[in-house]
Design a protein around this ligand. Sequence first.
Ligand code: SF4
Ligand SMILES: [Zn+2]
Length: 358
Amino acid sequence: MESKEEFQPHVPDAPHGTGPLPRADEKPRARKPQIEILEIRDDFVKFVLSNTDISMANSLRRVLIAEVPTICIDIVEIEANSSVLMDEMLAHRLGLMPLVSKRVDMMKYQRDCDCQGGCEMCQVNMSLDVVNVKDEPMLVTAADIVTEDNQFDVKPVTTRTLQEESSSSSSSTELAASSAGQAAGVNTDIVLVKLGKNQELKFTAKAIKGIGKEHAKWSPVATATYQMEPDVRINEKEMESLDENAKQEFVASCPTGVYYYNEIEQRVEVADPLRCMYCQECVRKSEELNIPNLVSIAPKPGRFIFSVEGTGSISVDQVVMMAMDALAGKLSMIEEAIHEEIEKGGMMDGGDTGSTYH
Ligand code: SF4
Ligand SMILES: [Zn+2]
């Protein structure tokens, strides 16, 4: 935001993200983390996580990537494959193909199931049997896979499933791209292989529940990143001393368009600080202009901007909620373990350490 106040270069209060440290006579206060959504679609969400520290932000990022379960193909039995793609490559492609996993919570992990080698509670069977009898090459896509009826509604993510899932209140980039592709007469489903005349492909596959920690194919997100919210401050007094050309050069030095030159008022304004990626180009430019304190760029303590992009298997809002639950579950496990240790140790001889556990 543009500021006409006296220039105050940013001085971090404490190490990144920890916020101001309590005074010696002040008890540390419990902070209540907050979330503010900046942008949301079926397959993308951008939000600010605030009132917390970097350890919490990083835990959330890691859980989003590696601990939210989805369903993926894990075993493939190829009966016939005369395509140009070898069996191993094909199995790899099938594993990475996203499957609709919105009811993954109801499914059991196969390792925890009482069955022997897969049942309707822990496995979904799929198959494909195609032969190209035409002269032209044939595209085999995710939409050609036949999924056995299952209570979890698991099926490959296709243009059709994206259309079914898309609610009227939200939109999806993938769906928009698919619709544009379809309008242009292009098959927009995930291509598994191209078959020439008389080539065939026949296989059966088993999909199971897993998490990204076991294999990246189970990760529900394509990307999950955060950056600390930038605090961009212009030294108005110094900026006023520049001529019009120098001001415009300064604005142009930023590759992401953080600054804007207001031609009417002939002043440089901060258009969108969230676009800042801490590249320091504007700082280098101010040094080049011999005004090293023309601008100050620093992260705001305790504010993290998350960008999460889904794969289509689960909507991103559900992924974020599931990640929070997974994080809470982990903390509960630690709490339980602490209680067990205390009980084993006979409550530490009456709890004379004065510690309290909540
Ligand atoms: S640090 Fe880079 S991205 Fe940020 S405002 Fe300066 S030039 Fe723009
Ligand atoms: Zn089972």
